[in-house]
Design a protein around this ligand. Sequence first.
Ligand code: PXP
Length: 238
Amino acid sequence: MKRLGVNIDHVATLRNARGESHPDPTNAAKIVKKFGADSITIHLREDRRHINDLDAKKICSIKGLLVNLEISTNDEIVKKALKIKPNYVCIVPENRKEITTEGGLDLIKNKKKIENIILRFKKKRIRTSLFINPSKKDIVYAKKLNADCIEIHTGKFSNLIKSKKNYLNEFSKIRKSVKLADKLGIEVHAGHGLDYKSTKLLSKISEIQEFNIGHFLIGESVIYGIKKVIMNFKKIIK
Ligand code: PXP
């Protein structure tokens, strides 16, 4: 059974736009779990543009909730994550100027750092994942670095679909990468930019065990969840 991880960073983005406390990401994490998500993902960014330290701490202490914490290789963030103790970590590249995570990790350039981070989390029995592009070279490297899982960056594939361009080449690249990782004994996840169509297509690759989805899922929830909130207000003002 494939698992769905829900990224709730965007709830914090909405809260931060007002600089107040609503909507509360901790509450969102509880509700997301209640309605069937297998795990939640949060990204403690170096610039804290959405989830902050207190959110991460509170969310990681919710009983029975599996939390996947995305972190960069920044030492301060790594130390925080080791202290907060999420169930899982996913190491991602981070660039202050980007709107969202733009590509996979450069495993060769950051080999020593990543190897060391994986070791530190493994000592605490925290599952480690590497966010990488669908490339055979990176998968072989992820195995060398002893990662438990990889998450394939699906941004390029998702964008080709959204712009109605030919995606078959990128799909084939993802499929081959997934098969290789599975053969090497690495658990495979996928995420970034996914909507209904891209997720449906990728679901055909049986070895992908987990999808991590944020922006589209939260966007759809804002639109389709609005009915209930309007009804609540209508009742209040009647
Ligand atoms: N997986 C990883 C590793 C990510 O960095 C992100 C974006 O924060 C996602 C999944 C979710 O991407 P999106 O919000 O585009 O669905």
